[in-house]
Design a protein around this ligand. Structure first.
Ligand code: NAD
Length: 497
């Protein structure tokens, strides 16, 4: 029977990614090129240049020129370009969804959902023209203080592979609307979505250099962080690299916010609503094949949850590869996850549901597939219970009390998301208060705050202050100038006048 799903369309010829420099697409010379391999097919679908400091500087120079005029363009005028870009993104949703899926392994539906989540943040940026009016107050007799928001100049964003369109859209709509020129360094594994976004930014009519793209991996990132012309950096990726980028920027006295990896805990108590819990837990750990920084990774079962665990396993077993769940980013990820499952068994855990060796969708056999996997009876100190695996694997850790569950959550170095599934307000309140993550869910498997509530974790999931979206993004990509004025000498002046 024909599957009622759209698997990715694979282009006939490879997509050549170019840098977007001063509004023009440029193919860098004298650099190495990397193949872009689709996780669906294991075949080359594009090529991306691996740039270094020289190419970054060329992009940053044009961006600096653009920033001079763009920063003086009124906010309400800048917003009009973003309205046009939003319309273009929605008109190109199918294309963007397919490209994101093709290069990252998501399902096409997930690819589109990521774009739409990006649009939500873009819409927050659209609202700045009405919200961001500054503050003014008579602070003393005849003395007034006014705050004025100023752009930083050229700023940059570095993004990971797992959300090729959404993560860049967490950053640049807010940054450019605030009057900055923005340089995007997309993940070298998924640079094609960024190029489509670049095309749409050009079509939206942004002045050349306001939005730029430079491709590459480590050397390009180092070039971005080190560039004198780039005044602030937003990074999203693994904890290891987030720490490196944050440290490098801090050494240069440069502003940065670096979001890292995660090990998200879902706490299940026996009184949970079964429908809500089963759906929330399974969709959290299998969505985007578990390659989400908000994906459930450890299921902490408090007391006797056996009935719920059986139903969760049954539901996860019915997930179809290619239909309900996409592929892993690359062969290395597949090998790493297979090894993690083997290690869990060696360490004494049991496999409740084994996703290894499940048949790939027809026609996509050479892709990188792993079906949902549930590891059970894991001791809390095991690798599978503590380390970020980043795949469709959930590890069940059994504890006797809620206090024990919270202690386990608290000791994990990551702090992106923690959720509890319960019908008890008191239990929900206890977890909300005692969990150490930046984003907490009650009966929600993926507790991503919707805008204007901002996205950002804690502990080793975030280096820097504030959040990446919402008002956090506004603070990241701007500074406030405080202007204090006096026009007359007051007869009854105090020390403040
Ligand atoms: P990654 O850290 O390998 O890559 C992220 C970016 O860093 C890429 O643009 C890459 O080119 C660059 N990079 C890689 N190695 C580098 C190095 N040594 N020096 C400088 N730059 C380097 O991450 P990834 O594998 O692409 O993405 C998956 C990770 O991102 C997971 O850990 C996931 O949890 C995390 N993530 C976090 C969030 C969040 O909001 N906290 C969101 C999405 C993904």
């Amino acid at each position: 029977m024909e599957r009622p799903v759209q698997l990715v369309d694979v282009p006939k010829s490879p997509f050549i990614c170019r840098n977007l420099v001063g509004g023009e697409w440029q193919e860098p010379t004298d650099v190495e090129w990397r193949d872009i391999v689709s996780p669906y097919t294991g075949t080359v679908v594009g090529k991306v240049p691996l740039c270094g400091a020289a190419e970054v500087e060329a992009v940053a120079k044009k961006a600096s020129e653009a920033a001079k005029t763009w920063s003086k363009t009124p906010l309400k005028e800048r917003t009009q370009y973003l309205f046009r870009f939003r319309d273009l993104v929605l008109a190109n949703l199918d294309r963007l969804g397919n490209v994101a899926a093709l290069e990252s392994g998501k399902t096409v539906a997930e690819g589109k959902a990521g774009v739409l989540k990006g649009v939500e943040i873009l819409e927050f940026a659209l609202s700045l023209q009405n919200l961001d009016k500054g503050d003014a107050m008579d602070v003393s007799r005849g003395v007034q203080c006014v705050t004025v928001r100023q752009p930083l100049g050229v700023v940059a964003g570095i993004s990971p592979f797992n959300f090729p369109a959404m993560v860049p859209m967490w950053m640049f709509p807010t940054a450019v609307t605030l009057g900055n020129a923005f340089v995007l360094k997309p993940s070298e594994k998924v640079p094609m979505s960024a190029c489509v976004i670049g095309e749409l930014m050009v079509e939206a009519g942004y002045p050349p250099g306001v939005f730029s793209i430079v491709h590459g991996e480590r050397a390009a990132v180092e070039g971005v962080v080190d560039s004198d012309a780039i005044k602030a950096v937003g990074f999203v990726g693994s904890t290891k690299v987030a720490k490196i980028v944050y440290g490098r920027a801090a050494n240069l006295g440069k502003r940065s916010l670096c979001l890292g990896g995660a090990k998200n805990h879902l706490i299940l108590v026996p009184d949970a609503n079964p429908d809500v819990a089963i759906d929330g837990i399974v969709s959290s750990f299998i969505g985007c094949a578990g390659q989400r920084c908000m994906a459930a990774s450890v299921l902490v079962a408090v007391g006797d949850c056996e009935d719920l665990l059986t139903k969760i396993t049954e539901r996860a077993k019915r997930i179809e590869l290619g239909k309900d769940m996409g592929a892993l980013i690359d062969k290395a990820a597949l090998t790493r996850l297979n090894e993690a499952i083997e290690m869990a068994v060696k360490d004494g855990a049991t496999i409740r549901l084994d996703g290894r060796g499940v048949a790939a969708p027809k026609g996509y056999e050479e892709g990188y597939w792993l079906a949902p996997t549930i590891i059970d009876n894991a001791k809390g100190n095991l690798d599978c219970a503590t380390r970020e695996l980043f795949g469709p694997i959930i590890t069940i850790v059994r504890v006797k009390t809620l206090g024990e569950a919270m202690k386990f959550e608290n000791t994990n170095p990551y702090g992106n998301a923690t959720s509890v599934f319960t019908s008890s307000g008191a239990v929900a309140q206890y977890v909300s208060v005692h969990a150490t993550s930046g984003m907490i869910g009650v009966n929600i498997g993926v507790p991503v705050p919707r805008e204007p509530f901002a996205f950002g974790g804690s502990k080793d999931s975030r280096f820097g202050v504030g959040d990446m979206t919402g008002m956090g993004g506004v603070e990241l990509w701007s500074y406030t100038k405080k202007v204090t004025t006096k026009w007359e000498l007051q007869s009854d002046s105090t020390w403040m006048s």
